[in-house]
Design a protein around this ligand. Structure first.
Ligand SMILES: NC(=O)c1ccc[n+]([C@@H]2O[C@H](COP(=O)([O-])OP(=O)(O)OC[C@H]3O[C@@H](n4cnc5c(N)ncnc54)[C@H](O)[C@@H]3O)[C@@H](O)[C@H]2O)c1
Length: 275
């Protein structure tokens, strides 16, 4: 896609991977719709985009709410009259033993991580189909491909998250098959551990929190706490953003960030067949 003069909508754009991608795209000449629930951080990102000479539109958008995502599409159209790239990126995590995680917490995770992405596609796809072009990037996780990427002990504590991210992968892959012939590209982003505010926003199933305090920093491929050098270090979000830009240029469906992701994916296939 042509970045110069394009319009990108990014959810979860106030922080971390969304923020870095917004700024990397703005540097290439793209105007950005900054969508998030964190108003203060959105202001900072918007200012940074404008300092790069591009337009930024802040839309307070809670991806767990139908009306809020519909409003995001309406405000984008009214301000820019088009959308070239939609990055469905907002995400959250709950950690704890699965029997202690309430259905309300399951709904919280699935409503943001999976339905939030579906809502984004539902609201913006008609616009893209009408123009016969567009690019959709959905943020899954390496945990959406390889559940025990971080460690088996972490995988069993993050089952709702893994479930949601597997859903994102399946949704994105079938969407790719459906939309590619219609001129719309779909990619799925599967990062390993990235140094963002994600870890500080994790919910903990009440009873587990004290006893599992020791694994609280082993989020995703949170290598530092595990001491397992195979997992690698947490990546900076700016580096992830550059990988995203390069992958858009090459139109890769699967966007992997960490060096050993590919090998682990092949091993995972073998592991699954042997279960
Ligand atoms: N950080 C990692 O290690 C890592 C690894 C793999 C995948 N991911 C995924 O990357 C995505 C971005 O996470 P990040 O690491 O940049 O974290 P982050 O916490 O820095 O950013 C996430 C942003 O999403 C926003 N958000 C949360 N709930 C929202 C909602 N209901 N509506 C709109 N916005 C909402 C937050 O306010 C925040 O600004 C997530 O989907 C996450 O699952 C992160």
């Amino acid at each position: 896609m042509e970045f110069e003069g394009a319009v990108a909508v990014i959810t979860g754009a106030a922080s971390g991977i969304g923020r870095s991608t917004a700024l990397a795209l703005a540097k290439l000449g793209t105007d950005i719709v900054v969508a998030d629930i964190d108003d203060a951080r959105m202001e900072e990102v918007s200012q940074a985009i404008e300092n790069l000479g591009r337009r930024a539109l802040i839309v307070h958008c809670d991806v767990s709410q139908d009306a809020s995502v519909k409003n995001l599409a309406a405000q984008t159209l009214s301000a820019f009259g088009r959308v070239d790239l939609l990055m469905n990126n907002a995400g959250v995590m709950i950690e704890g033993d699965v029997e202690k995680i309430s259905l309300a917490d399951w709904e919280w995770v699935l409503n943001i991580n999976l339905l939030g992405i579906i809502r984004g596609v539902h609201a913006f796809l008609p616009i893209m189909l009408k123009s016969g072009s567009g690019y959709i990037i959905n943020t899954s996780s390496i945990a959406g491909l390889i559940p025990d990427w971080g460690s088996p002990s972490l995988a069993v504590k993050t089952i709702p998250y893994i479930t949601s991210k597997f859903g994102v992968l399946g949704f994105s892959e079938s969407l790719y098959t459906y939309l590619r012939p219609k001129g719309i590209m779909v990619s799925v982003l599967c990062p390993g551990g990235v140094s963002t505010n994600f870890q500080s926003n994790i919910r903990h199933a009440a009873d587990d929190w004290q006893q599992d305090n020791d694994i609280k920093y082993q989020v995703e491929a949170g290598a530092e706490a595990t001491g397992n050098s195979d997992l690698g270090d947490l990546m900076e979000p700016d580096e992830v953003a550059q990988i995203i830009i390069n992958s858009i240029k090459k139109e890769y469906f699967l966007i992997l960030t960490h060096p050993n992701s590919r090998e682990r994916l092949v091993e995972r296939g073998q592991y699954l067949l042997n279960l």
